[in-house]
Structures are given as C-alpha cells and as structure tokens.
Ligand binder design. Sequence first.
Ligand SMILES: Nc1ncnc2c1ncn2[C@@H]1O[C@H](COP(=O)(O)OP(=O)(O)O)[C@@H](O)[C@H]1O
Ligand SMILES: [Mg+2]
Length: 357
Amino acid sequence: MRTFAVINQKGGCGKTTVAINLAAALGELEKKVLLVDLDPQCHASLGLDIPYDSVEHTTYDLLRDPRIMVADVACELGDHLDVVPSSPVLSAVEQELAGREGREMRLASKLARVGAEYDYVIIDSPPSVGLLTFNALMAAGEAIIPVEPSFFSLQGLEKLRETLDLLESETKHAVQIRILVNNIEKQTTFCREIVSELERRYRDEVLDAMISHSVRYKESAMRGVSIFGIPRSDRLQWEYLTLARELDEKTSLIYTEDIGGWMERLHGPRVLREGVLFTLDAPGAANVRLTGEFTGWSSEGLHMARDGGDGLWKVTVDLEPGEYEYRFIVDGVWIKDPRNVDSVLNEFGQENSLLIV
Ligand SMILES: Nc1ncnc2c1ncn2[C@@H]1O[C@H](COP(=O)(O)OP(=O)(O)O)[C@@H](O)[C@H]1O
Ligand SMILES: [Mg+2]
C-alpha cells in the first residue's frame, strides 16, 4: 500500500481535483484505491456525490474515536474506489485534540491497520498547514503537490518545502515530494518558462506528467463524477492515466512491509500467536506491572519482567478478541502506554490505553 497526501497550503490550486481524478485513473488501471477526504470543506466528498449529511461516520469520527476503523467509514464507489467522506465538524478537531499526545498520528494509526486491502491511499487535505495536514503527511510516504504555473506558486512551494524539512527533522518521518504541474496552457511561452524554472529548481521532484487546463473539471465536479465519467474527454483522461502510470512505476519510501513496525509504534501491544505482548521501556524502574479490565483493575496487576540488561519490561497475556482498557504501574505510579496512540478517558479524567485485539 502506498499513501499519497495531496497537499498545498494554497487554496484553489487543484488538490481536490487531482485527488479525485488520480483516484479514478488508478482505478482504471485496476488498482484498489481509498480516497480520504481530510478537508472540512468536503469538496472531495461532494465532488463524488457523497453528501456528508447522509453518511453515518466521517473522517471526523475516524480521527476522534479510537474504536472507529477505516472499514466503518469507507463508502464503496464501484469496484476500485472507496471514499472516506468528510464533514464540516472536522474543522473542530484541531481544537478538540489540542495538547493531546500523538494527535498528528491519528490518521496514520488508522491506516496502519488497513493492511493490504488497498493498493493506494490518496488523502485530500485542506488549504492550511495545521493538524489535519500534519495528519495527512504523517500517514503518507509521498506528497503530491499540485502547482499552477504562476510566480506565486513557486514562492508557495518554497515555503511548503521548509515545512516538510521541519517535519522531517522533528519527527524523522520523510515524505517524498512529487510536484504536479496542473492547470497548464502548454502553448504559452510563459507556461513553458515557469515549467523549466520548476525543473531547474526541483529536478526529479517534478513529475513528467502534467495536467492541462480545461473547463471540464468544473463540469465533472458539478456532476459528482471524475473526468472518466465525462464523455468526449479522452485527452484529459489520457493525461490522468499517464500520471497514474508514472506514479505506479515509481517506488515509494514506505512499503507495506513497514506497516508491521508502524503498528507497534502506534498501538503498543503486539498480538502474537502465543498471546498479546505488552512492553514498556522504563530503564530506571524497579517494579513494573500491567493492570486493566482483564485483571479487574487490581493494583497488584500482572508482573512484568525486565528483558535482559536493557530497560524493556515485558509480559504476554492470553486475551480473547475484543476491546481492553489498560495501564501500566511503574513503581506505584499509574501511567498510560506511551507507545499507544489509542486511549479513552476514564472516570478520573485520566487516559486509559485502549487495545483492540
Ligand atoms: N486542470 C484544471 N483545469 C481547469 N480548472 C481546474 C483544473 N484543476 C482544478 N480546476 C478548478 O479549479 C478550482 C479549484 O480546484 P480544487 O481542486 O478545488 O482546488 P483545491 O482543492 O486546491 O482548493 C475548481 O473549480 C476546479 O474545478
Ligand atoms: Mg480542496
């Protein structure tokens, strides 16, 4: 599974149009695609005729509720495309999650559990660099940046690169940049100049495929379909197919095999054949215990053993499939699992870690 975040802090540069039509083009190539609408303006959902007021769950629930999984929110649109619709309430998420640990990993955490069901995940993001865009970037291996051939776009691109560099130095999560020239009128000298300037500055990051200007994109959005649903658009469809093939031939930084590693980093305990392995890194601790619903929340809990000379404490517990809340007790202090982004508030207003087996 490869994940693309379609990003650009500039509104109206074609993020949603690219997300929808690239998803459709990859579908034409028989790839299974998940399109995630991460913009509270819901343009991708509306552009594919999914009204947010008629669906039960949206990206808002996916980010907010640890029990809601991608399969609970995805709407099927034909054999090759599933869409997670958005909702205007998504704009409240930034405030609601303020100060919460791991808040920028919420989407990555859900996508890490999807497995090999999809070949591609495409995330449409809002025109600002806030929590939602960081969620898109942390979940993605590649960022597709649509740019219009204009002087201001070049400036914007420079700022976006700084943001991505900062993200990499802060989180060690690298995202491969793919610049897509959109809305181009190839015949003009000005366009050609801008494109060669882009290629001079960004070299391999600029995709060979480019997308022409056409009123048909407005028309297709209005009709709630991709360009593949508009008759007599062969040339435009061909451009998107060329883009899809080019991307499909490139290799990505994050491979499906890595998802195993992500699972652990994001969800703490590992479900193994012999039971669920809980681990906690606490080199300075003298006594570590695990307690939760499965021990009746006893303060005795289950004894965790120090693994060799390093500070990793371990215990394996036999658990039936289901949901379990738990905490660690480190030298008498109750803490949540620092390696698990899934948690729920308990009656004392503290967070219990949540494990779904
Ligand atoms: N290649 C294109 N040719 C003509 N119009 C386009 C093209 N790409 C996007 N548009 C139009 O530009 C407007 C903004 O595009 P949109 O995808 O919504 O941008 P964003 O998601 O970045 O805000 C829309 O009306 C869309 O139909
Ligand atoms: Mg948009």
